[in-house]
Design a protein around this ligand. Structure first.
Ligand code: NOJ
Ligand code: CA
Length: 710
């Protein structure tokens, strides 16, 4: 009898009976089974279905697919619980706590092996494929990954169009079933490069079910593999993975042993839990950099917004074409609009030094900007040769004397082999000239022609650049690169990414007023964003009469973004002369911390509002930020996170009562209060508004005199 039982237990998985895995606290339940030999999983949260039975596998090029005909060779379960400290982050300590199920499969007919590893955390699921070393499968080419995410209802979705080359879209909010019909208008001309069409969307995808469950689908640890989109079968509401192809249409060149990135599903009844989840980071490897002492969060200003608005230019001249190494710039007539000239850069360095900014970004310093974009030029920049009016040596000394570092700008213009050829020299040039961080950029079509920003080839390039930069002690802030997947845990010198529609689009026609209430639930799930907030002059025509764009937020909300858009790299993007006019509000940007002991979400609803409170690393000061969509609302918060028995001064930077993002964006009010852990406050938020609060511990009782207690 006992023998039969043992045999049965052993045989159950092979018969396709489900394997089960529960989260450490029991909230999530995962079932794995072989339905007619096809690997299938489903996920529930406290009995509510999050993912309906969904199949797993691959279509391969020139060989049989890895989709069906499997049997289970073995399964293993284990548990893990350990905490770790990120070099920088939203929390000082992160707990990595999960139960794991490893399913080892064999495709009977081909004898090929495929493992699937599931990790169930208290806030969601991560799983990946593993191709073990084996005789029957070594080199292979992926035609498509066939991972399904079958939705349990026609959820509300916050989505951007699937695209192989850009994420710089406005978000659309709609039912899943409406995505296909809305796709054409979601593909905005100024963002789209290679839209996939159909009902394909990008991750991190944010969803909300009719019964109020928030669900997020993304990926973690995207290494040597193509970026995943999700293609919806609109009728059955099943998403299927859609990888970015290479120039030949292939989706992945593989050699076993190899693992894929993790696919993640975070879910909760509470929207704030999605924002606070650490699943993406936890599924990445610990830091690969031994000495991280040189990696430091930094606040910066830059010679930038004046070009983005069209007030000034990156280019030195107005001639339409240059040939690098041939064109003699000293013989060309300057256009009089070149911003990266020594005098102007000194003005920014002075401003940074005066107001305590660590860094100054300078764009347009190097030769080549006359015809940098859209010409498919291979040798477009050399990252070494300054324009004649930019004094590298002089500025190096000037910045050093003022205690300011410089942020290098490497616009590759998509000519990536050219960048790789120059990379060592370019990084050494930075080290020699007081630059310890680089903002890189990948505008335009990729060279080699036919490759995409999100294909395996480019994924490998981005990481190559980050690893190489680390050997020079350089931090990387990559724009137009693939959206992050938590890799900054392993390579914390990857200090920033854009990879979404940033503030620059406020000058290219504007962002939707609810944009910053969605980004934390989508783009920021993978890692920080260099959103470049801090615009105090919403009327862009004040800088460039030919540009009638309008920045769709109030000033108070611009301050909030330093808290709600987490990043260890924060820019104050507007011009020094504009900040000089609003030094009272600018004080918040000067005060706000960049690195945190603890982060809390006080209020959150994607598309409507987000309120964070964060405790500064190593101090007792807190900073609170609230971003609000186009509907005026009252925010009600409690200060019960403060240490009991301590007094603090709360400085509230809020929308004035008549503020409005279109009609009256500059109307803000600054109020000071005395607060402790039993204080609470109601703050009106304007349409497109919000607020920021600094909460500073009081050490001098005198400082509290005359302040109203909340
Ligand atoms: C696009 C980037 O997002 C922007 O910040 C930069 O100034 C331009 N490219 C030029 O490199
Ligand atoms: Ca960009």
């Amino acid at each position: 009898m006992k023998k039969i039982l043992v045999y049965l237990l052993w045989a159950l998985p092979a018969l396709g009976i489900a394997q089960e895995l529960n989260a450490p606290n029991g909230a999530f339940n995962l079932q794995f089974s072989l339905a007619d030999g096809t690997p299938t999983y489903e996920l529930s949260l406290n009995g509510t279905t999050i993912i309906k039975p969904s199949t797993l596998g691959f279509e391969l090029k020139d060989t049989e697919p890895l989709l069906t005909g499997f049997s289970i060779v073995d399964t293993k379960t284990s548990s893990f619980d350990a905490s770790w400290n990120p070099v920088w982050g939203e929390n000082k300590t992160i707990r990595n706590h999960y139960n794991e199920l490893l399913v080892q499969l064999k495709q009977d007919k081909t004898q090929r092996l495929l493992n699937i590893r599931f990790r169930l955390f208290n806030d969601g699921l991560g799983f990946r494929y593993e191709f073990p070393e084996q005789d029957k499968l070594t080199y292979f080419v992926i035609k498509e990954e066939a991972t399904q995410f079958a939705m349990a209802g026609d959820h509300k979705a916050f989505w951007i169009a699937g695209d192989y080359d850009t994420q710089e879209y406005d978000y659309t909010t709609s039912k899943l079933s409406e995505i296909e019909g809305l796709m054409q208008q979601a593909v905005t001309p100024n963002a789209s490069q290679t839209p996939i069409g159909k009902a394909a969307v990008q991750t991190a995808l944010m969803l909300k079910s009719d019964d109020g469950v928030y669900i997020n689908v993304h990926e973690a640890a995207l290494v040597d593999y193509a970026c995943m989109h999700l293609e919806l079968d609109s009728k059955n509401l099943i998403f299927k993975s859609h990888l970015t192809p290479d120039a030949r249409g292939d989706k992945g060149h593989m050699q076993a042993p190899r693992t894929t990135p993790w696919r993640t599903v975070i879910a909760s009844k509470n929207a704030g839990d999605i924002l606070l989840s650490n699943i993406t980071l936890n599924l990445n490897e610990p830091t690969a950099i031994e000495d991280t002492s040189w990696i430091k969060p930094v606040k910066y200003i830059g010679v930038w917004w004046e070009m983005i608005t069209g007030k000034s230019s990156w280019a030195y001249t107005d001639i339409p074409s240059v040939q690098l190494g041939v064109t003699d710039y000293s013989k060309l007539k300057p256009n009089g609009k070149h911003a990266a000239n020594t005098k102007n850069v000194k003005k920014y360095i002075d401003f940074a030094a005066k107001h305590g900014f660590g860094q100054v970004l300078i764009e347009g310093w190097n030769e080549g900007w006359e015809d940098w974009f859209g010409k498919s030029k291979d040798y477009v920049f050399d990252f070494l040769t300054p324009y004649p009016d930019f004094d590298v040596e002089g500025l190096k000394t000037y910045a050093k004397e003022k205690g300011v570092k410089l942020m290098m700008h490497h616009e590759t213009s998509g000519s990536v082999r050219n960048y790789e050829r120059h990379m060592d020299k370019a990084y050494q040039f930075m080290v020699d000239n007081n630059y310890n961080a680089v903002k890189s950029g990948y505008v335009g079509d990729i060279l080699p022609r036919g490759e995409h920003h999100y294909g395996q080839w480019m994924i490998n390039h981005y990481l190559y650049a980050v690893k190489k930069a680390a050997t020079y002690g350089i931090m990387v802030n990559a724009h137009e690169a693939v959206r992050p997947t938590g890799l900054s845990r392993t390579y914390p010198n990857l200090i920033g990414n854009e990879s979404a529609r940033g503030t620059e689009y406020e000058s290219f026609g504007g962002n939707n007023p609810d944009h910053t209430t969605i980004l934390p639930f989508t783009r920021l799930i993978g890692g920080p964003m260099d959103y470049t907030p801090g615009i105090f002059e919403p009327d862009v025509s004040q800088y460039n009469p030919n540009n009638n764009s309008w920045v769709n937020t109030t000033i108070a909300r611009q301050l909030a973004l330093y808290v709600t858009m987490y990043s260890p790299l924060q820019m104050a993007a507007d011009l020094p002369e504009t900040y000089e006019k609003h030094l009272d509000a600018f004080q918040f940007i000067k005060d706000v911390a960049l690195d945190w002991d603890q982060s809390l979400v006080l209020e959150a609803e994607p598309g409507d509002f987000v309120t964070y409170a964060r405790k500064e690393k190593g101090s007792n000061n807190w900073f609170i930020g609230r971003t609000n969509d186009e509907i005026p609302r009252i925010s009600s918060i409690k200060f019960n996170f403060l240490d009991k028995g301590k007094d603090y001064i709360a400085t509230v930077y809020r929308d004035d009562n008549d503020a409005h993002y279109k009609k009256n964006p500059k109307a803000y009010k600054i109020e000071k209060y005395r607060v402790n852990s039993s204080s609470k406050i109601n703050i009106p938020c304007a349409a497109g508004g919000g607020y920021a609060i600094s909460v500073m511990e009081v050490t001098q009782p005198n400082a509290l005199k005359g302040l109203k207690r909340l």
